[in-house]
Design a protein around this ligand. Structure first.
Ligand code: NIG
Ligand code: FE
Length: 415
């Protein structure tokens, strides 16, 4: 089956010349191809041909995208989409001046959502989460990461991972699961950390690995959650079980998470709002992706991560929504790109690299997705504009009009 997506006014290929990453200022080099069409054979991008040449060739199917622009399918590499219940009450408290940590210490925060998730059945969770996936797809997202982390018991963490697995089988996009059992201590183990860590190490990780329920193991290094030493222990066990690592770290307090993540060569370190200068240099020299989440700084109204310093020091930067009910109740990835440009001084091009090839790196999937290069999967986001800067300039408006996964149209609002 050979398909042609014809008459693009511009293709923003995010070409990497085979490197499959955009470090530092290289994130500004997007590579644009004007007035071309894309040939796809069996899910794979085969060729770019000038619009003026397509009349002389034959294809099994031709899709006319009428002067729109094509970007690589967007990669959303950090979300907590698998939740239920509302924390609007906490939002009210925050508006009155209570901090995220104060709310967590008072029994709210992550554990409020844990309670709601434990009370929800598999079917209820599935029903609640599905419209959220549709919303991501409508934005041009073709790969979506979802974390567990709101079950925090053997039964409920597995339940969440099975919901994510089911979602991956229902939808055509890749839904990639991350195990976040070390999100915080559940109330029953508040005073017995060793016991909870043993459940993670001896029960959850072996089961998850054996049943292929997650690709990654994540954790939260924070005063209200896990220490760097505890994470070192959990990561050692996760590695033995064949899981790749990621870490929520340096969000509110700098307690050594970054060192632990770098020691274990984690795929990504996420948040980094309170990263210090030495750590910026260390991280920038590594292959670990810095996943920045400006929606959290906006939603909780505190400082932004040092994106500019990281990029200027040659780090690999990705951006994500961190969509969750407590710290970033925001599921709009292009809004996050706009926030990154306005609040973290990233260029429009850097924000595009950050939600395509570099986000693919955060998931270890950079060899098959994240850029429009011959031989890669034909994942595309088609935008109803003639100029790619409009995507970021339009702030909250969804300009995506077609989402294509493995060469197949899975969302079409082309009109
Ligand atoms: O990425 N930092 C920890 N976890 C989430 C928040 C989850 C929640 O508040 O429910 C985050 O910000
Ligand atoms: Fe998060």
């Amino acid at each position: 089956m050979i398909k042609l997506f014809k008459n693009a006014s511009q293709i923003v290929s995010v070409d990497t010349e085979g490197k499959n990453v955009k470090r530092g200022l290289d994130a500004n080099n997007l590579t644009t191809i004007e007035n071309h069409s894309i040939v796809i054979e069996n899910e794979i991008l085969k060729d770019f041909i000038p619009n003026s040449k397509i009349f002389s060739l034959n294809f099994d199917e031709e899709i006319d995208i009428a002067d729109k622009i094509i970007l690589p399918g967007l990669v959303e590499c950090h979300t907590h989409t698998a939740f239920t219940g509302s924390r609007a009450n906490e939002f009210r408290m925050k508006l009155k001046g209570k901090s995220y940590e104060e709310i967590a210490e008072a029994g709210g925060g992550i554990n409020a959502t844990v309670k709601a998730v434990r009370n929800a059945s598999f079917e209820e969770l599935l029903k609640t989460i599905r419209p959220r996936i549709d919303y991501f797809i409508s934005q041009g997202i073709t790969t979506l990461e979802i974390k567990s982390g709101y079950g925090l018991s053997y039964y409920d963490e597995i339940k969440l991972l099975q919901v994510i697995k089911k979602l991956n089988s229902i939808y055509k996009i890749n839904i990639v699961a991350t195990f976040l059992g070390a999100h915080t201590y559940p109330p029953e183990y508040k005073n017995d950390h060793v016991k909870y860590i043993n459940i993670i190490k001896n029960e959850l990780l072996p089961f998850i690995s054996k049943n292929k329920l997650a690709n990654f193991c994540d954790a939260f290094c924070e005063k209200t959650a896990f220490s760097a030493e505890e994470i070192d222990d959990i990561f050692t066990s996760a590695e033995r079980n064949g899981l790749k690592l990621r870490l929520h770290t340096e969000q509110f307090n700098n307690i050594g998470g970054l060192q632990t993540a770098l020691k274990h060569e984690a795929l990504s370190v996420d948040h980094l709002e309170v990263l210090n200068n030495d750590e910026i240099i260390k991280l920038s020299k590594s292959n670990t992706v810095a996943v920045l989440l400006p929606g959290v700084s906006f939603f909780l109204n505190y400082g932004y991560a040092p994106a500019r310093k990281l990029i200027d020091n040659n780090a690999i930067i990705a951006l994500a929504t961190d969509y969750n009910p407590g710290s970033s109740h925001i599921a709009n990835l292009t809004f996050i790109m706009s926030l990154a440009a306005i609040k973290m001084n990233m260029t429009i091009e850097e924000t595009i690299s950050a939600v395509t090839i570099n986000a693919a790196n955060a998931l270890g999937m950079q060899n098959s997705i994240g850029s429009l290069e011959i031989g890669k999967k034909a994942d595309m986001a088609i935008f109803n504009t003639s100029e790619y800067s409009d995507i970021v300039y339009s702030v909250e408006k969804n300009l995506n009009c077609m989402t294509v996964k493995n060469g197949e149209i899975i969302y079409n609002n082309l009109g």
